[in-house]
Design a protein around this ligand. Sequence first.
Ligand SMILES: C[S@@+](CC[C@H](N)C(=O)[O-])C[C@H]1O[C@@H](n2cnc3c(N)ncnc32)[C@H](O)[C@@H]1O
Length: 185
Amino acid sequence: MKYKITRNIKYDFVGQSYSTAYPNLHKYPATMIPQIGIELFKELNIKNGKLLDPYCGSGSSFVVGLDRGLNKMYGFDINPLAILISRAKFTKVNLNTIKLYQQRLRCAVYNFVKKEENLKQINVPDFYNIKFWFSQNILQNLSVIKFFLEKIKNKDIKRLFLVAFSETIRECSYTGFVLDFPFLC
Ligand SMILES: C[S@@+](CC[C@H](N)C(=O)[O-])C[C@H]1O[C@@H](n2cnc3c(N)ncnc32)[C@H](O)[C@@H]1O
């Protein structure tokens, strides 16, 4: 059987990125820009129904579903980071509540690190090769932040902060790209 291959430049989205259409909360490998799915759904005239993405990653297909008015969407992923990002992306949280938690967190960390003896309470992770990725100072600072994130009781808010924390971990590592699970689990 032979297939004819045609080029449809409509799907190139040259010069566009994820954030041209929707905010991208967290970097994720092999992310699909939502513009592709949105265009495809328009072409197929999909406006309702349920969406299942069994390899949902950071949830770009759900962005598409939301854009096209679908309100029942399900996803799986083997990677806990993918689930964290997807859940955080699609959980409604009150902006003022986030700001309040952010202020509290900042104050708590600031006051905590003022007393050097407080740092003895902090559990700094140690596993094979961790020093390859982080300096001791960075490890300690990240561990302080994690210590306070763990105290957040509101699960939706905590998830959102963990997504930001995950990006912070990457940015602070020697390469800017590292598996974040030891901090996130
Ligand atoms: C190309 S990525 C999907 C990216 C997603 N479309 C996005 O825009 O973020 C493929 C995903 O499949 C997931 N995956 C691989 N094997 C899997 C499995 N057996 N079960 C569930 N998810 C799996 C990976 O963890 C990865 O997140």
